[in-house]
Each structure stands twice: as C-alpha cells, then as structure tokens.
Design a protein around this ligand. Structure first.
Ligand code: SAH
Length: 232
C-alpha cells in the first residue's frame, strides 16, 4: 500500500511514522508513506498556499492552485483509489472504515489548515471526506496520522503476531477484554486466576465473556447491534 499525505505543515507528520510499528511496516516494505509539502507546489515567489476567505471577515483558506498542482502531479504517476480530505464534517472514521481503506493500493490524504480548503477542491478532486470525531482540530495532520495508523496496522504482516489486530476492540464488533502482564501479584493487586491456569479453552471463554460484558457496559449501542450474533 502507498499513502501520500499533502500538508502545508509537513513537520507535524515527521514523528508519527518514524517509530515503532509504523516505522517497521515501512522497513518491511508493507507500506510506503510519502509526505508532500504544499509549499513546494506554490507558484508565487512568496510560496503562499493560503489566502483570505471571500465574504468572511476572519480566517485564511488553502488555495486551490497548489493543491491541484500537487494532486495532478501524483495522479500522473499512478492511479489512486481514493483522494481523502480530512474534515470535521466528513463521515466519522471507525474500524470499519479502517478495514476498507486497508484493502486499497494507493491513497492520498489532503490535510486542511486554517479555515479549511477552497470548496472547489472538495467538489472536483476529493473522493472521500473523513472526520476523526465531532471536534475541531487546528489542522488535518493529526487526523491524517490517526487514519494512516489505524489503516497500516491492519495490513497483513505489520503486526508481528498475525492474530493481534483481529482481537482488538471493534474488530469483531466487540470491545477487547482486559489484559495483564507480570507480575501476577503487584502489592496484593492480583491478575484473575483463570489467566494463570494455562487452560486455553477456559481462558478463551473468559475473554469472550469479558468482551461481551465490556461492550454492554461501555458501548451499549454497539452491543444492541451485535447481540443477536452472540451465542449467549
Ligand atoms: N472551518 C472548518 C474547520 C477548520 S479546522 C469547519 O468549521 O468545519 C482546520 C482543518 O483541520 C480542517 O480543514 C481539517 O482538515 C482539519 N480538521 C479539523 N477537525 C477535524 C476532524 N475532526 N477530523 C478531521 N480533520 C479535521
């Protein structure tokens, strides 16, 4: 998979992809991440990528020319499955969206800034708009990092334990069960006996029971949606 991220503050995207799981995914050749500085596509001598909003008193808007130039340059090199714009009014990102995106070959994520991007970019270039939640960020960079992270860890081979992503919250419609590590007893706070028993079938049953209990308590709407699939 290849992810191209377009931003006017590319520095904000440096660290998230240079460590841990996302770094290893790139080293293993499972994903390519290319970050593009919008300023490199600005045509005036000041390298300006934003301008005043028509009809509004305050706030700057990202101009269409540099964005169009950058998108066209990328599209002339390969075919993209999706050109995404991060936007608070887009469809809300969830695990299902992450699963779907993880099956694609090439995607572009355009990060807005200031008041957003010129509406004509959204009308004519963007194929999908994604929000990471009902709150407003100062730029799309953190949203792009969130989306890319959730998608990349689903690519087969990225997580060292192949089954690991499958047991995460939401993957099967349930919240993940609690997890523990050593020591088994910390100042009298004990790990549930069952997990130390070595009895695989009982442990699986306990984990499922905990998942169902948590989903019921913490995501009642989700529980209502999937309860008829559960054997209990
Ligand atoms: N004026 C816009 C908000 C601009 S915030 C509005 O009211 O809708 C600046 C940029 O941050 C946006 O263009 C978008 O790219 C990004 N952004 C802000 N909140 C976001 C969210 N919840 N999800 C995804 N991107 C977001």
């Amino acid at each position: 998979m290849r992810i191209d991220i377009i931003s006017c503050v590319p520095q904000l995207l440096e660290s998230p992809f240079q460590h841990s799981i996302l770094k290893r995914a790139q080293q293993k050749g499972l994903v390519e991440i290319h970050i593009h500085n919008l300023r490199d596509y600005a045509s005036d001598k000041y390298k300006s990528v934003d301008d005043y909003a028509f009809g509004h008193e305050a706030g700057m808007v990202l101009k269409i020319e540099p964005i169009a130039k950058c998108l066209r340059s990328l599209q002339s090199q390969r075919k993209y499955d999706e050109i995404i714009y991060t936007s608070p009014d887009g469809e809300t990102f969830d695990q299902k969206s992450a699963n779907r995106l993880s099956l694609l070959q090439n995607i572009i994520i355009l990060c807005g800034h200031y008041k957003g991007v010129d509406e004509r970019v959204r009308e004519h270039f963007i194929t999908k708009e994604i929000s990471i939640g009902d709150y407003v960020l100062s730029g799309g960079e953190l949203a792009a990092a969130v989306i890319a992270d959730a998608v990349i860890r689903l690519i087969p081979g990225v997580l060292s334990d192949e089954t690991s992503a499958l047991t995460d919250s939401f993957q099967d419609g349930l919240i993940a069960p609690p997890v523990y590590t050593r020591p088994a007893d910390f100042e009298g706070m004990k790990v549930p006996e069952i997990l130390l028993s070595g009895h695989t079938a009982k442990i699986s049953a306990w984990n499922l029971e905990q998942s169902i209990k948590r989903t019921k308590e913490r995501r009642p709407a989700l529980y209502e949606k999937i309860k008829h699939h559960l054997s209990h």
